[in-house]
Design a protein around this ligand. Structure first.
Ligand SMILES: [Zn+2]
Ligand SMILES: [Zn+2]
Length: 141
């Protein structure tokens, strides 16, 4: 099957939260790559467009799963180039500032600025619990 057809068929028929390893050409950076009508495209970008629609051409797609070979459209989010660059150093961080292990323990979201942010999930949970208990306490008065 043609790679573009494979992407199209998979995106239309598969919707799961697993990483999809790309079995094909990759860019120097390890990103999945294919040729669509003579043009080079990133597989995760194509998959994202098929599932969610057009992306602002100024935006890149960042992997929230950290696996650059993954092309599951559920695992990428449009971010600015600066956001993508700013993201890079966090890849080598193994612990958060409070010393929690980060591997498999990261909460990621897209901020109002269009950039992707990551935070240690333990810290995030602690903070939301704190906010929640503050809210409950203030509602009691
Ligand atoms: Zn993934
Ligand atoms: Zn933490």
């Amino acid at each position: 099957m043609d790679k573009a057809d494979l992407v199209l068929n998979t995106v239309l028929n598969v919707d799961n939260d697993e990483c999809w390893p790309w079995e094909g050409a990759k860019t120097n950076g390890g990103y999945p790559r294919l040729v669509v009508r003579g043009r080079h495209m990133l597989a995760h970008r194509l998959a994202y467009i098929i599932r969610f629609g057009r992306i602002n051409p100024n935006l890149e797609l960042g992997h929230i799963c950290h696996n650059e070979w993954c092309w599951n459209p559920n695992h990428v989010r449009p971010i600015t180039h600066e956001g993508n660059m700013a993201e890079a150093p966090s890849k080598v961080m193994t612990h958060c500032t409070k010393g929690h292990l980060l591997e498999g323990n990261v909460y990621a979201w897209i901020g109002k600025d269009g950039n992707m942010h990551r935070q240690c999930r333990t810290c995030h949970n602690e903070r939301s619990r704190l906010n929640y208990s503050k809210k409950v306490l203030s509602s009691i008065g």
